[in-house]
Unconditional design. Structure first.
Ligand code: DX5
Ligand code: ZN
Length: 244
């Protein structure tokens, strides 16, 4: 190869890399909070075999949020024989107390709320030190500036699109602008992190969040009401239509 040919080959390689970096993979994360716990295993298998890559697992302590859901024994039990990504959303006070235990019971990624800990940076580092993906969640009224100084360390940010604590609530429209602003920031900073949205996402609202830049879509009642496989397939079809 002469110099010009080498330069051209190098440019094509760089463009390929840039293209790969821009690739958008939209992931569906069904929230098992809305599943029928009497047949939880079957519920999970129905949505993962239909194409959902993440399983969104909502842990609530009755303190950070009003309700109580489930904890480690349930997670260890559903982990057996399953290899989908366990996306554990901790809605608990001082989540740093339990990071080791959630790692031990099979979490692949842990999300802590910025509002639930005085030591957000330390909590993020602890999650990563355990080899898991680290995410921070923000309640609807918490500004994006709460992520300053940790954003570069994160694998994902979770924008709550309802107030956490219950499934089946209505999407808060003001969150669209928040998602959009975060996507803009992430693109400007060229960060690889994912933006997850959680709460009130269904056939009517999914376009809005995808268009604003979310790429991990949590859906509880949107998946676990009616035909699970059909719901997953329909949502994935919409999601696959959104590229960068
Ligand atoms: C709410 C939970 C959500 C909930 C979403 O606090 O974090 O994950 O399961 O449920 P839907 O999709 O029904 O709003
Ligand atoms: Zn959640």
């Amino acid at each position: 190869m002469n110099t010009t040919e080498k330069e051209t080959a190098g440019r094509i390689e760089n463009e390929k890399e840039a293209g790969a970096a821009r690739q958008r993979e939209n992931i569906l994360a069904p929230s098992i909070l809305a599943a029928d716990f009497n047949q939880l295993g079957e519920e999970i298998d129905a949505v993962t075999s239909a194409g959902a890559k993440y399983l969104h697992i909502d842990v609530m302590d009755g303190m950070f949020v009003p309700s109580i859901s489930f904890g480690m024994p349930v997670i260890s039990s559903i982990r057996k024989g399953r290899d989908c990504f366990f996306d554990v959303h901790l809605m608990i006070e001082r989540p740093e107390r339990y990071i080791d235990e959630f790692a031990a019971c099979g979490a692949d990624g842990i999300t802590v709320h910025a509002e639930a800990t005085r030591h957000l940076h330390r909590a993020v580092q602890t999650i990563k030190a355990k080899g898991m993906k680290a995410a921070v969640a923000l309640n609807p009224s918490t500004p994006l500036s709460a992520l300053d100084y940790v954003l570069e360390d994160l694998d994902m940010v979770l924008i709550m699109t309802v107030n956490p604590g219950f499934g089946g609530q209505k999407y808060i429209p003001q969150m669209t602008e928040k998602i959009r602003a975060l996507r803009k920031k992430v693109q400007e900073m060229e960060l690889p992190l994912k933006i997850e949205v959680d709460g009130g996402i269904n056939d009517a609202t999914i376009h809005t969040v995808l268009e604003a830049g979310a790429d991990v879509i949590v859906a509880g009642s949107g998946v676990f009401k009616g035909d699970r496989a059909e719901n997953v397939a329909r949502l994935l079809t919409v999601m696959n239509g959104y590229t960068w």
